[in-house]
Ligand binder design. Structure first.
Ligand SMILES: Cc1cc2nc3c(=O)[nH]c(=O)nc-3n(C[C@H](O)[C@H](O)[C@H](O)COP(=O)(O)O)c2cc1C
Length: 203
């Protein structure tokens, strides 16, 4: 069984991004379970002063990322960038220095917005962040979902249903690509390749 941790970049109750991630379970390939992480709103603002004795919320995030075979992140776009609360979570899980939870982790990223561009600028920023963190980025089709409110079930009960077949097809493809990355240990190989490159620089 592959365990995928889903992180929404939005902490609002009626978030479209969170609703989307809740809909992914039914689109996942056989043998993949998807758990939507709750608690990035409990993380304190990142502060190096807190690193000696981190709060339980930080440990919970780090352990959840470490225990997952892969991570999927869906982000909104706030003023052309990822929300601060998501950046905060990326930062906390990147520490302590040398023990980043992101290194070699297969990660798929997508964005969603009620707007016409689907939050694509936030998605670009997020993928850049993940690359810098040495995550293994799983590239499927670029999924920046525009007018997301038209692609989810309309009422409160049906909201965790992706009603647009084209978007559902892209998500399925992305989740299958994530499964391939898990099966082939692509993240571990990525870290080994990075290590070999770093060693070559040292002569
Ligand atoms: C402060 C703020 C800035 C926003 N900036 C953008 C933006 O740059 N691009 C965009 O597509 N939507 C923008 N929006 C609209 C969000 O996409 C919208 O609120 C969306 O529903 C948030 O995601 P969520 O539903 O997952 O919470 C902004 C919303 C807020 C509150």
């Amino acid at each position: 069984m592959s365990r995928v941790l889903a992180i929404s970049g939005s902490i609002r109750t009626e978030s479209f991004n969170t609703a989307l991630l809740n809909a992914f379970g039914s689109l996942a390939p056989e043998g993949m379970s998807i758990e939507v992480f709750k608690g990035i709103d409990e993380l304190p603002h990142f502060n190096q002063d807190l690193e000696g004795d981190v709060p339980a919320s930080v440990t919970r995030l780090r352990e959840a990322v470490q225990a997952a075979d892969a991570v999927i992140i869906s982000t909104p776009e706030y003023n052309r960038a990822i929300p601060g609360v998501l950046k905060n979570a990326l930062d906390w899980a990147s520490r302590p220095y040398g023990q980043s939870s992101w290194q070699g982790k297969p990660v798929a990223a997508l964005s969603a917005s009620p707007g016409a561009q689907g939050g694509v600028r936030a998605l670009e920023e997020l993928t850049g962040q993940l690359q810098n963190l040495s995550a293994y980025l799983v590239r499927g089709p670029e999924i920046a979902i525009p007018e997301v409110h038209t692609r989810l079930g309309a009422d409160a009960d049906a909201r965790a249903t992706l009603t647009d077949p084209a978007t559902a097809g892209m998500v399925k493809y992305l989740l299958e690509a994530l499964q391939v990355a898990i099966d082939t240990k692509a993240g571990e190989n990525h870290v080994k390749a990075l290590g070999a490159w770093a060693a070559s620089l040292n002569g």
